[in-house]
Design a protein around this ligand. Structure first.
Ligand code: CA
Length: 586
């Protein structure tokens, strides 16, 4: 794949991606959905066509206003400082029928590619600086930026200062690795003049002192937080990266991207990503990851793609204490490529878009702002893939039909990647693996595929035949997934999902309800007046996951197999009266 092909030159653009390589889409792989996930609907947030944010940052103020950071630059001028960054404040975005009003908070900011709103203060990263944009007189417009930290850069193409997160009393940002202007002869694409690029670093807010925390990153476009407040970043296919990645950033680890001249850490053994996001089939320019704290997908992560468009969903499978996992298509249908995601105070998913205004590409806009609102429709899909001894277990959202028990309805392929200085790289040693047996969990929501020849260090691509549906005939929204098998599973099929359990204790009987969570089951206590009462458990989107009838003082034990950890609503209905409480399933 020539790095100087015309397509590459045109499309090797910001927001903040790898070149788009037409023709890498393999013939038998699925395509990202063009439609939104049926469980959600898209709501537009741009009040008119004059508002064209190229979104590189999202945040919320305590009054419910949405803060939008926009890069605003030109894709053709990546080697220059571009002072087009703007921060907007949008009022009226929340709820199901928003009526947004936009005001400009700050403008003229250098290459704004990271933003954080914390305690109603707005911080941005861009160019060489992490800055606060203060509004001391509270007139809705920033005064002069207060620089917190400066790190050296060269303004090479793709050399950005991505961000931004705050944890453990520090800011966290990721200066990307630059590359020289196209056509500069004799200079490698991974040439780097300044130290400390391609890293995750912490910054002391008081002194601005920065410290390298992890190394070997190429284009970590968006610093996100995952489970347990851990740091996650994406990385983009290119030199040394045969595929895009989602990385769990750990102290002192090296993730594989090397510089010329070499950095002191370039000879370290690379730490594998949580998931590979195969180029073309799954991703081309992954954006900032977002953790899902509630609902059906609690504990998973979402991530947009500025070039392919759409949002991917990533299930994290902890094996031997380390995250690996699998990626699913989640939702398409946005006006441009999703680049930043955030949950609103209304639990809607706000989708900041940037993309690339490339000719002849589906996502012709390079700006966009929309949100996803629950549609109320129930959806059948793969919820999780877990590595188990001798194979993989698929958890679905609902009971499956008999086709799910037929081994030939599953196509399993596996390959590995070879990291070299070349740009990108092929799937190596692709094998088709045999599913030798299928077994089913007692709740009929999970199947275990016994698979011959699973090997570590490989991506395992599962494709499900369309005949696999729910037992009630709902078709499958996600028929493809790509599991990154860094380690073979050690647990047995249908073992309870290991979780940090809260101590089992009778909960308080306030409001007539209480509960006790145990591995694989939950005991609900309910005491209301005489007569038949119905106890329902719903996820946060209002979808019922369990229902039982009881009478008087009732104790119900429900299986929680297949329930994601997180918040659930419990409702007791009796006559016309309904009481709702929230419980946490650990
Ligand atoms: Ca002001």
């Amino acid at each position: 794949m020539s790095k100087k092909s015309p397509a590459n030159r045109i499309l090797s653009l910001a927001c903040m991606s790898a070149p788009l390589l037409f023709g890498m889409h393999t013939a038998d792989a699925a395509s990202p959905p063009e439609d939104v996930h049926p469980g959600w609907k898209i709501v537009d947030l741009r009040p008119d066509n004059n508002f064209k944010p190229m979104v590189t940052g999202l945040g919320f103020l305590s009054d419910g206003s949405l803060v939008v950071g926009s890069w605003g630059g030109s894709h053709d001028l990546l080697q220059n400082r571009q002072m087009k960054g703007t921060v907007y404040i949008l009022k009226g975005v929340t709820g199901s029928t928003p009526s947004p009003q936009v005001s400009t908070y700050a403008s003229g900011l250098e290459d704004l590619v990271g933003m954080l709103v914390k305690d109603d203060r707005i911080y941005v990263t861009g160019g060489e600086k992490l800055s606060e944009l203060p509004d001391s007189d509270k007139n809705g417009q920033a005064e002069a930026a207060k620089v917190i930290a400066t790190i050296p850069g060269t303004h090479y193409r793709h050399e950005f200062l991505f961000g931004l997160a705050f944890k453990d009393g520090k800011f966290w940002m990721a200066p990307s690795s630059g590359k020289p202007t196209p056509g500069a002869s004799g200079i490698l694409e991974y040439h780097q003049e300044n130290p400390n690029r391609g890293t995750m670093m912490s910054v002391d807010p008081a002194t601005g002192a920065y410290e390298v925390y992890a190394m070997g990153l190429r284009e970590p476009n968006g610093v996100g937080m995952g489970p347990d407040n851990e740091l996650f970043v994406p990385d983009v296919q290119g030199n040394w990266l045969p595929a895009n990645k989602l990385i769990h950033v750990k102290k002192g680890k090296f993730y594989g991207f090397k510089h010329d001249p070499p950095e002191s850490w370039d000879n370290m053994t690379p730490t594998p990503p949580v998931v590979y996001l195969p180029q073309g089939d799954v991703a081309r320019a992954p954006g900032g990851p977002l953790y899902v704290p509630f609902g059906r997908y609690a504990g998973q992560m979402l991530l947009g793609d500025a070039v392919s468009g759409g949002i991917r969903r990533i299930f994290l499978d902890k094996v031997n204490g380390e995250y690996q996992g699998t990626v699913f298509y989640f939702a398409g249908g946005f006006e441009a490529g999703p680049n930043r995601l955030i949950w609103g105070p209304d639990s809607n998913l706000y989708v900041g878009q940037c993309g690339q205004g490339a000719p002849d590409w589906a996502y012709v806009k390079d700006f966009g702002l929309q949100k996803l609102v629950p549609s109320g429709r129930d959806v059948f899909e793969m919820l999780a893939i877990r590595a188990r001894q001798g194979g993989l277990e698929i958890e679905f959202t609902h009971e499956v039909n008999s086709a799910a028990l037929t081994a030939s309805n599953y196509t399993v392929k596996s390959w590995y990647y070879n990291s070299t200085s070349a740009y990108g790289g092929p799937n190596m040693d692709t094998k088709t693996l045999q599913v030798t047996a299928v077994s089913q969990s007692t709740d009929k929501k999970s199947v275990f595929l016994a698979i011959n020849g699973l090997q570590t260090g490989r991506v395992v691509n599962l494709t499900l035949a369309s005949g696999i549906q729910s037992s009630t005939g709902m078709s499958n929204w996600t028929r493809d997934t790509w599991y990154t098998l860094n380690a073979l599973g050690t647990s047995m099929p249908f073992d309870p999902v290991p979780t940090a359990l809260s101590p089992a204790k009778p909960a308080a009987w306030t409001s007539g309800m209480g509960y006790r969570a145990q591995p694989g089951q939950i005991e609900l206590f309910a005491k209301v007046g005489g007569g038949i009462q119905t106890v329902e458990v719903m996820d946060l989107r209002g979808i019922r996951v369990a229902s039982r009838d009881g009478q008087g003082k009732t104790s119900l034990t429900l299986s929680t197999s297949g329930w994601a950890p997180g918040l659930y609503h419990v409702a007791i209905r009796q006559g016309g009266k309904r009481t709702v409480e929230t419980l946490i399933l650990p």
